[in-house]
Write a protein that binds this ligand. Structure first.
Ligand code: NAD
Length: 542
């Protein structure tokens, strides 16, 4: 028996970056270094750097004329090459012992915590326009946590064995990797999701093709280098940036597709699932489909809510990272009786929000990710501006001349089914609907039925009965439900993350429930004294 045991990990502590700290100095130096160069990013297939000449750009969203890198995009030939390289790596990686695999991922955790910390943070701040705090909780702490907690959860999963082995038998379950490859497709908004989507299946012995979002290839490239430095063998994770609608279908139809690990929009995920359904007879096994997708995350406040706590949750929950968290608060239901006090405090606070360059540490908000996002988000704001059903309470202005800046915008609507109460906007836009306190129970039903999503949501109340009622009525409205707290900021090992309904398969990233999707169990019964005669006692004559 191996002595190898992984002890319970601790969450990586958030550094303060206060003036005078070493982390602040290191981060500034890294920002200067990265901005002072323009790099070329290749594909990585079977450990080899591959260049196609079909180029995309990584830019700074808050200063979009600044190019950080140019990246090569995969075409059909490279996708096929990557599938072959993965198949080759599978031969050794799928039988590698757990101790070796886990050791590599724990090493990744060490590298992300130390040597690579400020590269991941600076590249995330520059390419995704995150403030230092938003980068730190994502590209440092959460990346470290995924690399440390997943091996621990994998160990826990492996310990799930049959309860009984009556003599003379021994029963066991082997948690085998899937046959074939896993397609990991990550979104633009979290470096940590980019780290987790390919690495969770790889930890379990799978081989992976990883396609990061085109607007976030830059930090993803540094993660690939970190994987290599930690000792991940060539071909285990193959890096194939490119256009999703081009790369996706070629990969998805391949008979060796064993799994899809996706985070992104609901539309894209549903399209991928349809492709799998259409080709179901062609696969060698039934692909595991894991997807975390969109949300229309709610806040409902009861008359008994603590006003200051509610206001802070609204400002942070709706506007941090420009509302581009899948968990961001985007619809709020407030009782008419507390509105005047909450409105005053909320508007006052939003008016103090500073927006600008991510490198100016005094800013709370920066730019949205790209032109497409800018146009989509501002079209919702314009819709509200021109509607009789809505008024703009804060913000409403936008400017993309230098960076893709949109003010923190709050819409007050009379219609609980107003467009911005129902559709995912994915930007700094919060819509508020006021309800009469006597309709508390009906309003809970309204919250539950208004959107097709079920990702996150929060309730604010000090009245215990109201909290109980909300908890029950909203049982299926959110996979991550918060009581007297904002609906964002889930931490690995504390609030396993994921939603149901149209928000995804709810396989809870950073938990054993996710890892279990990347293994296929083989049950083994060993008999040390097998029967020597086929007759049973009942067959004997009386
Ligand atoms: P997106 O759906 O536009 O893109 C996600 C990824 O899918 C990208 O890598 C993209 O290139 C790829 N893609 C696009 N078309 C494809 C296709 N046909 N085949 C294969 N891949 C394809 O999403 P985004 O704009 O990057 O991210 C924002 C969305 O992600 C929002 O809807 C948000 O709610 C969601 N999100 C959800 C979670 C969660 O945990 N539930 C977390 C983060 C983001």
């Amino acid at each position: 028996m191996s002595e190898f045991t992984i002890s319970k990990p601790e969450n990586d502590p958030i550094r303060s970056y206060a003036p005078g700290t070493k982390e602040r100095e290191d981060l500034r130096a890294k920002l200067d270094e990265l901005k002072g160069q323009e790099i070329e990013i290749p594909l990585v297939i079977g450990g080899e750097e591959v260049k196609t000449g079909d180029m995309g750009e990584c830019v700074i969203p808050h200063n979009h004329s600044r190019v950080l890198a140019r990246f090569h995009k995969a075409g059909d030939a490279e996708v096929k090459q990557a599938i072959d390289a993965a198949a080759e790596a599978w031969n050794s990686w799928s039988t590698e012992d757990f101790e070796t695999r886990a050791g590599i991922f724990l090493k990744m955790g060490d590298l992300a915590r130390g040597k690579w910390r400020q590269t991941l943070n600076a590249s995330t701040m520059l390419n995704m326009s995150k403030t230092v705090y938003q980068a730190e909780i994502d590209s440092a702490c959460e990346v470290v946590d995924f690399f440390n907690f997943n091996p621990y959860y994998a160990q826990e999963l492996h310990s799930h064995q049959p309860m009984h082995s009556p003599p003379p038998t021994k029963n066991s379950v082997e948690h085998r990797p899937l046959e074939g490859f896993v397609f990991a497709v990550s979104p633009f908004n979290f470096t940590s999701i980019g780290a987790n989507l390919p690495s969770a299946p790889a930890l379990m012995g799978n081989v992976v093709l990883w396609k990061p979002a085109s607007s976030a290839v830059y930090p993803a490239w540094f993660l690939m280098q970190l994987f290599k430095e930690a000792g991940l063998p060539d071909g285990v994770v193959n890096f194939v940036p490119g256009c999703g609608s081009k790369v996706g279908p070629v990969v998805m139809k391949h008979p060796d597709l064993a799994g899809v690990h996706f985070t992104g929009s609901t539309t894209v995920f549903q399209g991928m699932w349809q492709t799998v359904g259409k080709h179901i007879a062609n696969y060698k096994s039934y692909p595991r489909i894991v997807g975390e997708t969109g949300g229309k995350d709610f806040c409902i406040a009861h008359e008994s809510a603590d006003h200051e706590a509610l206001i802070t949750a609204m400002v942070r929950g709706a506007f941090e990272f420009q509302g581009q968290k899948c968990s961001a608060m985007s619809r709020a239901y407030l009782p008419t009786t507390i509105w005047s006090s909450v409105k005053q405090g909320f508007v006052e606070q939003v008016e103090t929000v500073k927006m600008g360059d991510a490198e100016d540490f005094t800013n709370f908000m920066t730019a949205v990710i790209d032109k497409n996002a800018f146009e989509t988000i501002t079209s919702y704001i314009d819709h509200a501006k021109h509607s009789d059903e809505a008024e703009i309470l804060t913000g409403g202005n936008y400017d993309d001349s230098v960076g893709f800046f949109i003010e923190p915008t709050t819409i007050l609507t009379k219609d609980p089914h107003f467009k911005t109460m129902e559709e995912e906007i994915f930007g700094p836009v919060l819509t508020i609907y006021l309800y009469e306190p006597k309709t508390w129970k009906e309003t809970l039903e309204l919250v539950d039925c208004t959107s097709p999503y079920g990702l996150t949501g929060c309730v604010f109340a000090t009245d215990g009965t109201a909290l109980k009622e909300a908890r029950t009525a909203l049982r299926h409205s959110a996979g991550n439900f918060y009581i007297n707290d904002k609906p964002t900021g889930a931490i690995v090992g504390q609030q396993p993350f994921g939603g149901s309904r149209a928000s995804g398969t709810n396989d809870k990233a950073g938990s054993m429930f996710n890892l279990v999707r990347w293994v296929s169990q083989r049950t083994i019964k060993e008999n040390f004294d097998p029967p020597q005669d086929y007759h049973y006692p009942y067959m004997n004559e009386d």
